[in-house]
Design a protein around this ligand. Structure first.
Ligand code: SAM
Length: 353
C-alpha cells in the first residue's frame, strides 16, 4: 500500500516506549506507530496492545454468531462483491422462519449474540425485521446486533424498541473524498449521521474501516481510528481489503497483513474499552489470522452460522473462509484456551455501559 510521504511522522524512534505508555496519543504518534517497520518495534507495539486489551477487556473472548440472510444490495460499493452492478452473483434471501431457526442454532451452540447481516435489502420491511427481532428475543436469551446498512431513523427506533441491542455500520473510510469515490450513492457525512443517531437512541454502535483501499494513506487510517473515538463507538472493526473478482477492484492486491495487525493494535491502544473483532477477512488473508488478531488487541470472533446452502453466495470478496460452525466453534475454543484466554459467558455487551 502506498504511504503518502507527507503523512510520515517525524517522531524519533527512541521515543517508542514513551509513546506506547502514554495515555493519549496524538495523530502524529499514531502515524508513527502505524509506520513502524522494525520487527522488534512492531512486537513492542503488539505487546502493548495486548496489555491494554487485558486491562480493559480481560481475557474473555466474545463469540457472536452471524447470519448473512440476504445478499441483495441496493448499494454499489466499488470494493464489494454484493454490489448491485454485480450481475453474476446468484442472489438469495433467507425466509423469516429460517432466520429465526438459525438464531436458535446459535443459541443452542452456547453463543449469546446473534448478528443479523445483509446487503442493503429493502425487501425486508420494518415489520419483517421487527418480527424477527421479537421472535429471536422470545425464544433465545441473546443480544441482537443488526447490520443492515443505512435504513430510516423510524426503522432504527422501532427495532430498538423491539429489542435489538446493537447496530454495526462501518464508516469504511474517514476520508470523505475516498468515501465518495468508492460509494457513488452515499456520502460519508450521512453514514456518520446514522451512526450518531443510532448511538443517541441507545444502540451499542459499531463502526470501522477497510484497510488497504487504493489511494488510502496511513493518515487516513489514523483518522479512521480517531473517528471511532469521536463517535464513542462500542465496537470497532478494522479489517483488511480482499479483492472480489466481480468488482472494479478485482486486480487490487489484498491488504498488507502487518499493516492490518498494526492498525488493530493502535486502535486498541487509542480506543481502549471497545470490542474489536478478529475478522473473517483477517482469517481469509492468512489462515492464522484470527489467532494473530487476538494477540494484537482483538477480543471478539464472529463465527458464521449462515446455512450451507447460502454461505458461498455471500461473496463479499474471494475465497471467503467457510466452515461448519459447530466444528469451528470447538476448534476456536481450543485455540482460545491455547492462548490462555477464555470464552465470554455473558452477552458481551458494550464495555462502556
Ligand atoms: N450492508 C451492510 C452495510 O453496508 O454495513 C452490511 C453488509 S456489508 C457487505 C459488510 C461489510 O463488508 C462492509 O462494512 C465492508 O467493510 C465489508 N466488505 C465489503 N467488501 C469488502 C472487501 N472487498 N474486502 C473487505 N471487506 C469488505
Amino acid at each position: 500500500m502506498k504511504t503518502d510521504l507527507n503523512t510520515k511522522s517525524h517522531i524519533e524512534k527512541t521515543n517508542l516506549n514513551y509513546i506506547l505508555n502514554k495515555d493519549e496519543l496524538s495523530k502524529d504518534e499514531m502515524i508513527f506507530l502505524l509506520s513502524l517497520s522494525d520487527d522488534k518495534d512492531i512486537k513492542a507495539l503488539f505487546n502493548r496492545a495486548d496489555e491494554i486489551r487485558k486491562q480493559f477487556c480481560g481475557d474473555e473472548i466474545h463469540l457472536r454468531g452471524i447470519i448473512e440472510f440476504s445478499n441483495y444490495c441496493e448499494q454499489d460499493c466499488v470494493y464489494c462483491g454484493l454490489r448491485k452492478s454485480n450481475l453474476t452473483l446468484d442472489r438469495y434471501r433467507i425466509s423469516i422462519d429460517e432466520i429465526i431457526n438459525t438464531a436458535r442454532k446459535i443459541y443452542s451452540a452456547g453463543i449469546k449474540t446473534v448478528v443479523l447481516q445483509s446487503g442493503e435489502d429493502f425487501h425486508y420491511t420494518k415489520d419483517d425485521i421487527t418480527k424477527i427481532i421479537r421472535a429471536i428475543k422470545e425464544n433465545c436469551d441473546v443480544a441482537i446486533t443488526l447490520s443492515l446498512g443505512e435504513r430510516s431513523f423510524d426503522e432504527y427506533d422501532e427495532w430498538k424498541i423491539a429489542g435489538a441491542d446493537r447496530y454495526l455500520l462501518k464508516h469504511e473510510t474517514a476520508n470523505p473524498k475516498l468515501y465518495s469515490a468508492l460509494h457513488s450513492k452515499q456520502k460519508l457525512e450521512e453514514r456518520i449521521t446514522h451512526l450518531r443517531y443510532l448511538k443517541s437512541i441507545g444502540f451499542q454502535a459499531g463502526s470501522g474501516n477497510i484497510i488497504g483501499l487504493p489511494k488510502q494513506t496511513i493518515e487516513d487510517i489514523a483518522d479512521d481510528i480517531l473517528l471511532c473515538k469521536e463517535l464513542d463507538c462500542d465496537m470497532c472493526s478494522f479489517s483488511p481489503f480482499i479483492p472480489s473478482p466481480e468488482t472494479p477492484f478485482k486486480d487490487v492486491p489484498a491488504a498488507d497483513l502487518s499493516l492490518t495487525l498494526k492498525t488493530m493494535a493502535v486502535a486498541r491502544i487509542v480506543l481502549k474499552n471497545v470490542h474489536i473483532p478478529a475478522t473473517t477477512a483477517l482469517s481469509t488473508l492468512t489462515p492464522e489470522g484470527r489467532k494473530l488478531g487476538l494477540q494484537v488487541g482483538a477480543n471478539v470472533i464472529m463465527p458464521n452460522f449462515t446455512p450451507d446452502e447460502y454461505k458461498d453466495k455471500y461473496r463479499i470478496y474471494a475465497n471467503k473462509k467457510t466452515y461448519d460452525p459447530i466444528i469451528y466453534v470447538q476448534e476456536l475454543k481450543q485455540m482460545i484456551y491455547s492462548l490462555g484466554r477464555k470464552i465470554g459467558e455473558d452477552k458481551g455487551h458494550s464495555l462502556k455501559i
